[in-house]
Each structure stands twice: as C-alpha cells, then as structure tokens.
Design a protein around this ligand. Structure first.
Ligand code: SF4
Length: 172
C-alpha cells in the first residue's frame, strides 16, 4: 500500500499521511514528522509481509512440485482478480468453519494448508480469501504437504470404490 504526505489535506492544517482510500493515518505539524510516520507504516508492512512469507515458506516448501504450482496458480489468480470468495469470480470455495470441519481430526485444515498466514494478534488469514478463517477450518482448495493428513481407518464393510476415492482424493 502507498501512503502520500499531503499539506492541508481536506482543509486540516499541517501535513497528513493519507492512505490510497483517502483516509488519514495521522496529521503532523511538520513534513519531517509526517515522512517519519510514512516510513514507519512502510516498515510495519514490510515486517508483516516477512511473517506471511515465513508461514507460507514452511508448508509451501514441503509441497510436491505439482502442488506448489497449484498453490502459485491460486495465489496469482487471487492477485489478479481479488479474493476468490467474491461472488463475481464464480469460484466455489466450500469453506467450513472449525466447528463444521469433521476432517480436522485427520489434519485436513487451514492450519496445515500452505495458503494460511499468521497475523500479529495470533489469528490466521488466507492468501486467497477475504474470510476470517480458523486454524481448524478448511476449504476445498487446501494445499497440504504430505505427512500432515492421517489416513482414516475405513469401516470394515467399505466398498473398494469408496475407499479408493477417499484415499486418492484431495478431501474436497
Ligand atoms: S484450506 Fe482453504 S481457506 Fe484454509 S488456508 Fe487453505 S486455501 Fe485458505
């Protein structure tokens, strides 16, 4: 995000630091102070980006090559079109809250997906959605490295087709 320093912005005396949406982040009596705040905002954003890349890096690096491309494609679509949960994208996300996600017990959850990141307040976000997500939630686009999902024990009378489809699928 870019911030401008504007003098007497909207009639307010002094130097204001203004966000792209026009909101004022602070007003100062000197340009120097305003520039100092502008720099602090950029530094805070840079740190938050580092946190995101760290959370992404750990799980992302463990994905097989094809799934890395799957992750990269979704992130690049979200960068181009905005969060994928927006109705106009036409993409069905199928997000389930932690309470609804029965697959969390075997590890299919946002906390194991390479597209989650951690916020400073301990909550988590998703790189491709605007939803507030939960560690135990999931959506049908999860990218989870091998070893994070435990195979569930099939019932003795599981027909082979169902068993194969469950084991071979991506839990979507
Ligand atoms: S499972 Fe879905 S909602 Fe959760 S972090 Fe991954 S992509 Fe985002």
């Amino acid at each position: 995000m870019s911030y401008d320093v504007r003098r007497n912005y909207r009639g307010k005396p002094g130097y204001s630091v203004v966000s792209p949406d026009g909101s004022v982040r602070g007003t100062h009596s000197t340009r120097q102070e305003a520039v100092a705040q502008q720099r602090a905002l950029y530094a805070a954003e840079e740190n938050s980006k580092k946190d995101i890349s760290k959370a992404e890096h750990d799980l992302y690096e463990q994905l097989p090559a094809a799934e890395k491309k799957f992750h990269d494609s979704l992130v690049s679509i979200a960068e181009e079109y905005g969060p994928l949960d927006k109705e106009e994208t036409g993409i069905w996300i199928g997000y389930e809250s932690a309470e609804m996600n029965t697959d969390a017990a075997i590890g299919v959850m946002c906390g194991n997906c390479s597209m989650h990141y951690e916020n400073d307040d301990g909550s988590i976000g998703c790189m491709i959605l605007s939803y507030k997500i939960e560690e135990g939630g999931k959506c049908r686009l999860a990218a989870i490295p091998p070893g994070y999902v435990k195979s569930p024990t099939p019932p003795d009378d599981s027909p082979d087709m169902i068993t194969r489809s469950f084991w071979g699928g991506r839990f979507r």
